[in-house]
Structures are given as C-alpha cells and as structure tokens.
Design a protein around this ligand. Structure first.
Ligand SMILES: *Cc1c(COP(=O)(O)O)cnc(C)c1O
Length: 394
C-alpha cells in the first residue's frame, strides 16, 4: 500500500481523479491502547463499524483480543484474520445455521439473545452445549444518543425475568448486555442503563457473571463534541461496582465507532460549483451515507497549496450519482473561493463510512493510501478548537 506524509501533500502531489480513502494506523493504535489501558473491563471491538482486515489486525496488535461479530461473514472474516481472537456473536437474532457454524467450526462460545425463541435456537444449534456464555440483551433508552438502537432489539421489562432464569439454566456463564445507541453524548446514558440492569437482576434473582455495556462510545464531529471518554469509563465503573453481582463478575464493552472513527478519512475532488453547492466525486452511496441520510456532519478542509485566504462559508455537497438523494446538506464550512478542481479532505469516516461504500452507478473507488499526519479531530489527543471553523485543529 502507498504511504504519504500528509493529506495535503498527497492531494497536491497526486491530484487523484478518483476519491481516495486515507488510513491512519497510528490513530487506530492509539484508540485501542486507550481502551485497553483505561476501560475498567474488557473491550471487544464491534466489527460492523469497520470490518477492514488491516484495521482488525492493528487493533489486535494493540491489545484488543475480543471481537463482537454480528453475522456469519463477520465470524469467518475475524476467524481468518486473527485465528487466536475470541469471537462473541452479539446479534440477538441469528440464523440457526450461523450459530452452528460459529460454535462447531469457529469455536464461538458467547452468544446474545433477547427472546425465548432465540434461546431455543442456540440450544438446538449447539446441541445442548454446556460451555456457553449467554448474554441477555435488555432494552434501554437511546434518548442520550444520536442514533437509536432502542426499537429493534432488547427484552422488555416484563420479559427479562423469565428469560434470565431460562438462560441461566442453559448457560455456563450468564451475562446481561444492552446498547445505549450510537454516539452517546452523555455518560448518563450508561448510568441509566445500568439501573435497568440492576432492576432486571433483582427481579430475576439470578447470578450474573458478565455485564456488557455494549457500544455507543462517542467520537467527535462538528456540533457533536462529547465529554472525555474517561468520564464514561468512571460512570460505568461506579455503576458496575454497585450492582448486586459477585466479586468475580466481569465488565465488558463493545466499542465500534470510538475505536475506528479516527482511522480513516476521504479525499474528494470538486467537479462543479453551483452557488453554495459543491458537486464532489463521492457521496451517499460511497463513504457519506450518514452525511446524506441522517444529516451527520463531518469535519472538512480544503487541500490546496497555497492555501485560500477567503473566509469560510457554508456549503452543501452533491455526490456523483444521477439522483437527488445523493445530497449531503451539511453545512460544511469551506473557503468562499472553492472551485472545480479543488480537493477536500472529509474527516472522521473510519466508523460507518468506509464500511458502507458501494459501487452504485459506477462511482466509488477502492484506492487506499496510508498517511502519517493526525486525523482532523481526536478524542485521544489534546485538542485546540480552531475558531470560526468546523475543523478541529490538532
Ligand atoms: C453497532 C453495535 C455496536 C457498536 O456500536 P458503536 O456505537 O459503534 O460503539 C456494539 N454492539 C452491538 C450489539 C452493536 O449492534
């Protein structure tokens, strides 16, 4: 893979015709070490956030030994990439064939569930295995998060008692898990969810061996700057310590976004300007799904030498495909003299950006280049906010 010192150097030297994904291995290493050293329990990486084998290898090299997988393809991918990793199949609704293959072929022993049907499925598919860790997913609020995961999965309060008791019977180790929603903007999200865990344990009167607080750990984006991750960790630790569980119970988390958001960004070229609209060569069907469909804002910067002296103004983007849906409202702050031929770096696309690219309409590209400069924003490096700009300068 090519290597370059910086995004700016790359854009000015190569003037790429296609969008280029930039990756920053050092940023993923830093995030992994942060979780390994500071989270007061075990951090497993939620593979769906970015399933790149290179990234998974980097996380492993920096101490992430457990992986939250949700599909049989993710099980196979991680098993192939990291034969010694521990896989946890944390999708609460699985195909029975997937459970069997995971258990018998890939040695998966940890499964989540949120219904009696799924418990029956797991017992059948593993032929009554006696070495399972079963994590009952309970429903918690997503109110403090930017992206809800509250409607689809999770046992309701009236269902958790029977389910926990039945899972206890079938499991070697019993866990309770939840997901507060992605990009949780306050540690209180976890404190509130832990109260639900407490109520469920007390009601069912079962011994719990694992409490898994799921994902939701935030990254930083324009207009979405969360408190430091240490505060989340402290809140979770305090809540965990006060639960009615045994001294040997384990605390787990499943960070996706927080481990990989800073890992990659994208260089795009402006093909046309129409007023405050820039037509760029990647979009809703490329790495900008979230920018288009849920109005997510990403940091942007012009890559031009010499740099522009113009004041920033608000732009929106059109992607390259032939339909109106391929539109990113932003606003994205860029110099007022932006023109066709300019290059833009769009930052913080390592989570749920790279992972969702398609080749629809013949656009998109697989070109990936390693760069050594810092990501456009970071939760792991002391930050200084640039005034009048949505670029968080390091
Ligand atoms: C998506 C997902 C995660 C990762 O969530 P982030 O918000 O990216 O941290 C973790 N666990 C489960 C079960 C998920 O579905």
């Amino acid at each position: 893979m090519h290597k370059h010192h910086s995004a700016l150097g790359l854009a000015t030297a190569l003037r790429p015709v296609q969008p280029v994904t930039l990756i920053r291995p050092h940023a993923a290493s830093r995030a992994a070490r942060f979780f390994v050293e500071k989270f007061p329990g075990r951090s497993m990486y939620a593979v769906k956030a970015n399933p790149s084998p290179e990234l998974i290898q980097i996380l492993w090299d920096n101490g992430i030994t457990h992986y939250d997988v949700a599909s049989i393809a993710e099980v196979r991918l991680v098993a192939r990439t990291l034969p010694d990793a521990t896989l946890c199949f944390m999708h609460p609704v699985k195909a029975e064939e997937a459970i069997s293959e995971a258990y018998f072929t890939h040695g998966v022993r940890v499964f989540s569930l949120d219904s009696m049907e799924e418990l029956d499925k797991i017992v059948r598919a593993t032929r009554g295995a006696e070495d399972l860790t079963l994590c009952v997913r309970i429903r918690v609020s997503s109110d403090l998060s930017k992206l809800s995961l509250a409607s689809k999965f999770g046992a309701m309060p009236g269902e958790t008692k029977d389910l926990l008791m039945a899972a206890r019977q079938a499991a070697d180790a019993l866990g309770i898990c939840f997901h507060v929603g992605s990009q949780a903007m306050s540690p209180d999200a976890y404190a509130q969810a832990m109260e639900r865990v407490r109520a469920a344990i007390v009601e069912a009167g079962v011994t719990v061996d694992v409490v898994d607080v799921g994902g939701g750990f935030p990254s930083t984006y324009p207009g979405m700057e969360p408190p430091p991750l240490e505060l989340y960790f402290e809140t979770i630790h305090r809540a965990f310590e006060s639960l009615p569980i045994s001294y040997s119970a384990e605390l787990w988390a499943e960070p996706g976004r927080a481990l990989c958001a800073e890992y990659s960004s994208l260089i795009v070229r402006v093909e046309k300007r129409r007023g405050s609209e820039l037509y760029i060569n990647d979009g809703a069907y490329g790495a900008l799904f979230d920018a288009a469909h849920i109005g997510w804002r990403f940091p942007v910067q012009l890559l031009r030498e010499p740099d522009s002296n113009a004041r920033d103004m608000e732009f929106s983007f059109y992607g390259p495909t032939c339909d109106d849906l391929d539109h990113m409202a932003g606003p994205f702050m860029l110099p007022a003299d932006m023109a066709a031929g300019d290059y833009i770096e769009i930052g913080m696309l390592g989570a749920y950006g790279s992972a969702m690219r398609t080749a629809f309409n013949g656009f998109g590209s697989d070109e990936t280049i390693i760069v050594e400069d810092e990501p456009m924003a970071s939760l792991y490096v002391r930050m200084e906010r640039a005034p009048a700009s949505n670029v968080v300068k390091l």
